[in-house]
Write a protein that binds this ligand. Structure first.
Ligand SMILES: [Fe+2]
Length: 588
C-alpha cells in the first residue's frame, strides 16, 4: 500500500493492518459481521481520472451526509464521508484531497480509497486517517471525489505539538440533540463560531422514533418524523442505529458545523439506550428498553450501538470488534493535549457503571458512607487512569470532559431534600469523593469539568467534599474548592421548563428567574443554573483565564435566522478558583 503525500512521499501509512485483496470476498460474505479496523487504505492514484469532477454536480446526491472530521492529533485527523447507496459502484474508486487552501491549489495530500467492499460493509461510510501527514496546529481543507462528483469541502484542524505554547484554545461544547424535539439552528451558529474544536459530551442521537423523551410542554416538529427499519419504536439493532445516524447527519445545520470544525466526541446513554448501565449479576448491559432486562439481547444491542457509533463518528478510539467483553472491545476514554496550555481527558461513563440505587435519594442514603466499597461509574482501571491524568497534568489548564453532572444537586433543604440526578455523580458519591480528594491532595491548578446530560446551563464550584450529609454525615466541614464546572445545555432535548410546560409567555417570565434563584439557593456551590433555554456553549482557555459563554438558540425555527443570545458568561482567572460573572461583556 502506498499513498501520495506532499512534500514527503515516504511517510508511515495510516494505522491499519495489512489486508490482502482476497479478503474482499470474505468481507463481502460477512457484511453483518463486526470485522473491521480503524481506517480505510489509500493507494496512489494511477491517473488523474479519480480526481476529475463536474463543478456543477450536486454533492448531496452522492454524499448525503456530507463530510466531517475528528480525532485530531499533532499530525493529522480522521476525515469521514458516506457514499449514497444509489450512487455506489464497486468498480468506482473514491478520491481524497487535502489542501492548504479552499481552492485546492496547494494540495498537501491525496489518494484513492480502493477498499470498496469495506465501504459497502459499513453502510457506505468511509474514514481516512491523516495521522502522520499534516503539520501541527494547522487548518486544512479536504474533500472527497466520487464518480465525477466532489463532496462539499470540509475544514479540519490538527492539535498543537506537545512542545508548543499556543496562546489560546477554544471549544464549542455540545450535548443532547433529540432530533424529534426541535431543530438544530444552534449548529448553524456553532459553524460560524471561531472555535478550534467541537467537544460533544454525549446524546448525539436518541434511540426512539416516537414521542419518548418528551414532556408536558413538548410539541411536534414538522419534517422530523422518523421510522426505524425494524418497525419498532425503540432501536432494535445495527440497522436501526445506522438509520439514526444517517437521519441526524442529514440535518443541514449539523452538517455545516461538522464541515467547519473538527470533532472530539464522547458518548452518554442515548447512543445506546436511556440510562444504560452494566449489570454485574448478568455480566451484561441493562437499561430503559422494552427488552432492557434481557442480557443476551442487550449485549448484542450495545455491541451494535458501538459499531454504528464507530462507523459514523470520526473519532480516534480503540475498537476491537472481536474483544471478549464489550468493555474490552471499545475504549472511549482518552486524552487530548493542546501544547502546554490544555489537557482534555474524555471518559466513558456508561460501559462500566454500576446499576442505579433503588431507594428515593434522600440525605439519609446519598453519600459515600452509604455506598458499598467498589461502587463505580468509571471502573477501576479508567478511574485510576483519570486520577493519574488529572493529577499528573503539566499543562496550564486541566479539563475533564465528564458527560454527567459532577457536583451535588439538591432539591429542598435539610432532611427533606432529595438528590434527583442519580445518573450523575450523586449516584456514585464514593467514587466522586475518591477523585475529588485525589485532585485536592495533588493540588491541581486550574481544573475544569465540561459536562452535559442534564439539559441545562450550570456554573459551579467543585469541592474536595461537600458540606452536609452527601459528604459523609453531619459535621463534615465544607470541602476545599478544587475547580469549576461548566455544563453545556441541550441542543434540543427536554429541559425542566419544557417538561412542565413553562417555555413561553408569563409562565416563562415568572419561572425562569425563580428557578435560577432557587437552585443556587439550595446548592451553595452552584453559582448559575438555567433550564429554560437550549443552545450550546463555548469555552476558551488562555494563559490568563478560562471563559465560558452559554448561548441560547431558538430551537423552534428550522432556519439560520433563529435567534441567538448570550444567556450567561463566566471568567475564571488563571491560578484562582473563582467564578466571575461577565455576561455583560459578552452580550452584544
Ligand atoms: Fe440528553
Amino acid at each position: 500500500m502506498t499513498e501520495r503525500g506532499y512534500p514527503d512521499d515516504e511517510r508511515d501509512a495510516p494505522d491499519e493492518p495489512a489486508r490482502d485483496p482476497d479478503d474482499h470476498a470474505e468481507l463481502l460474505s460477512e457484511l453483518d459481521s463486526h470485522d473491521l479496523s480503524l481506517a480505510t487504505d489509500l493507494v496512489h492514484a494511477s491517473g488523474a481520472d479519480a480526481f476529475a469532477f463536474d463543478p456543477d454536480a450536486d454533492p448531496d446526491a452522492v454524499f448525503p451526509q456530507s463530510v466531517a472530521s475528528g480525532g485530531p492529533t499533532p499530525s493529522g485527523a480522521i476525515i469521514w464521508t458516506r457514499i449514497a447507496p444509489d450512487a455506489f459502484d464497486p468498480d468506482t474508486s473514491l478520491a481524497v484531497q487535502v489542501a492548504h487552501d479552499p481552492a485546492f491549489e496547494e494540495v498537501v495530500y491525496d489518494g484513492v480509497v480502493t477498499d470498496e467492499a469495506r465501504i459497502e460493509a459499513h453502510d457506505y461510510t468511509v474514514k481516512v486517517d491523516l495521522d502522520g501527514h499534516l503539520d501541527a496546529d494547522s487548518a486544512y481543507h479536504y474533500r472527497f471525489i466520487y464518480d465525477g462528483v466532489a463532496s462539499r469541502a470540509g475544514r479540519c484542524r490538527t492539535l498543537p505539538h506537545p512542545n508548543d505554547s499556543p496562546e489560546s484554545v477554544e471549544f464549542a461544547v455540545l450535548a443532547c440533540q433529540n432530533f424529534l424535539n426541535g431543530y438544530f439552528p444552534a449548529y448553524h451558529h456553532v459553524a460560524e463560531e471561531d472555535v478550534d474544536f467541537l467537544v460533544h459530551v454525549g446524546d448525539f442521537v436518541y434511540e426512539s422514533d416516537d414521542g419518548a423523551f418528551k414532556g408536558f410542554g413538548s410539541r411536534e416538529y414538522e419534517g422530523r418524523e422518523k421510522r426505524f427499519p425494524s418497525g419498532h419504536d425503540r432501536v432494535q439493532g445495527l440497522e436501526d442505529y445506522r438509520y439514526l445516524y444517517r437521519t441526524y447527519r442529514g440535518d443541514e445545520f449539523l452538517q455545516e458545523a461538522l464541515e467547519e470544525h473538527t470533532l472530539i466526541a464522547g458518548w452518554d446513554d442515548h447512543e445506546m439506550v436511556n440510562d444504560v448501565y452494566w449489570d454485574a449479576r448478568t455480566d451484561a448491559p441493562a437499561g430503559d428498553h422494552p427488552r432492557g432486562d434481557d442480557p443476551e439481547f442487550m449485549t448484542e444491542l450495545v455491541a451494535d450501538a458501538m459499531h454504528a457509533w464507530w462507523e459514523y463518528m470520526p473519532a480516534r478510539v480503540e475498537y476491537d470488534p472481536n474483544g471478549d467483553s464489550l468493555q474490552e472491545r471499545f475504549r472511549l476514554w482518552r486524552t487530548f493535549e493542546f501544547g502546554d496550555l490544555v489537557t482534555l481527558a474524555m471518559t466513558d461513563e456508561r460501559l462500566f457503571r454500576d446499576p442505579p440505587r433503588e431507594a428515593i435519594p434522600t440525605p439519609d442514603n446519598v453519600g459515600p458512607q452509604y455506598e458499598p466499597p467498589g461502587r463505580t461509574m468509571l471502573g477501576d482501571e479508567q478511574r485510576e487512569w483519570l486520577i493519574d491524568t488529572v493529577t499528573g497534568s503539566e499543562t496550564t489548564w486541566t479539563v475533564w470532559a465528564d458527560e454527567v453532572l459532577t457536583t451535588p444537586f439538591r432539591l429542598g433543604s435539610g432532611p427533606l431534600s432529595v438528590y434527583p440526578v442519580q445518573g450523575g455523580w450523586d449516584g456514585y458519591t464514593r467514587e466522586r469523593q475518591r477523585i475529588t480528594e485525589a485532585i485536592d491532595a495533588a493540588d491541581v491548578d486550574n481544573f475544569v469539568t465540561l459536562t452535559g446530560d442534564m439539559h441545562c446551563y450550570v456554573a459551579a464550584y467543585q469541592q474536595s467534599s461537600y458540606p452536609g450529609r452527601v459528604s459523609g454525615g453531619e459535621g463534615v466541614a465544607p470541602g476545599e474548592r478544587i475547580g469549576v464546572e461548566f455544563m453545556t445545555p441541550a441542543i434540543t432535548s427536554l429541559n425542566v421548563a419544557e417538561a412542565l410546560g413553562l417555555t413561553s409567555g408569563w409562565a416563562k417570565r415568572l419561572t425562569e428567574p425563580l428557578l435560577s434563584w432557587l437552585i443556587p439557593a439550595m446548592n451553595p456551590h452552584i453559582d448559575f443554573f438555567d433550564s429554560h433555554n437550549w443552545g450550546y456553549s463555548t469555552v476558551a482557555f488562555t494563559r490568563e483565564d478560562c471563559t465560558y459563554v452559554g448561548y441560547s438558540v431558538d430551537k423552534t425555527v428550522d432556519s439560520p435566522e433563529a435567534d441567538r443570545e448570550v444567556l450567561v458568561a463566566y471568567r475564571v482567572p488563571e491560578g484562582v478558583v473563582a467564578l466571575e460573572e461577565v455576561s455583560d461583556e459578552h452580550s452584544a
